[in-house]
Design a protein around this ligand. Sequence first.
Ligand SMILES: [Zn+2]
Length: 302
Amino acid sequence: MGNVSRVCSAFLQNGKLNLIYMLISLKEMLKNAYTNKYAVGAFNCLSLENVIGAIKAAEELRSPIIIQLAEVQFPCAPIELMAPLYLNAAKAATVPVAVHLDHGESMETCIHAMRLGFGSVMYDGASLPFAENVRITREVVRIAKAFGVDVEAELGKVGNADNNENKKDPDIYTGVQESLLFIQRTGIDALAIAIGNKHGHYIATPQLNIARLTEIHEACEMPLVLHGGTGTSEEDFKACIHNGICKINVATAIQLGVTNHLRQYLQSNANPDYIEMKEEVVKATKEVVAYHIKLFESEGRF
Ligand SMILES: [Zn+2]
């Protein structure tokens, strides 16, 4: 069990990450972000072109980066096929690249990802009652420790942008005391919180509860994660990364960027070429990832 090459030695020097093996643990990566008040972008990569584009952007900007795959994406990007791609790309990169399972819906999926070599997993029990979320998350952490894998978990419900459930209900936000209890009882390495952020395509720009974020940050003193990174205003992103958000998930923005690039390519080319289209996907992914790296202030950290 375990993957020795993943247990890399990372250390801090002038606020920059230095490490021997490029496959870095999420925990080490986020510790540096937490100390130096920036966030690492976590980009959902569904193809070879997405992986190449994302890592190119990170290398050019000398930024750490997280590439991740969510369980809901397995039907179009099977994890067994994506794992070697992610891991080999991460090892070959000249910047720290963490390989992460996003939104594991069961303990079994998390263990499957650990066996395939993922350096960290997110177990998502946010829709469960608090005690049940604690129980399963703690079990995932216990198993993950044996693999040398780090764990992100979620508390409070991140909604979907296309439905307006509980819009004005303050209870949709993650609580301060429950966050503290959850961290103490589970032993997680990073906590995803709900502060008005939503997954998917936005109709209107979401309003984030920065006051609640600040309270959670001060009480918990641990790397926090923001899901639903598409559509949030630049001002809110800045407030987040200066108040404990160390990992920001970006999925939909890549899909939108790629779709727009391909649409333009097809409109301006009477004889479209598949290889050129693949290159367009790499270029589009790189553009979206570079934009977020700069926004999250992780540029030049390696
Ligand atoms: Zn998410």
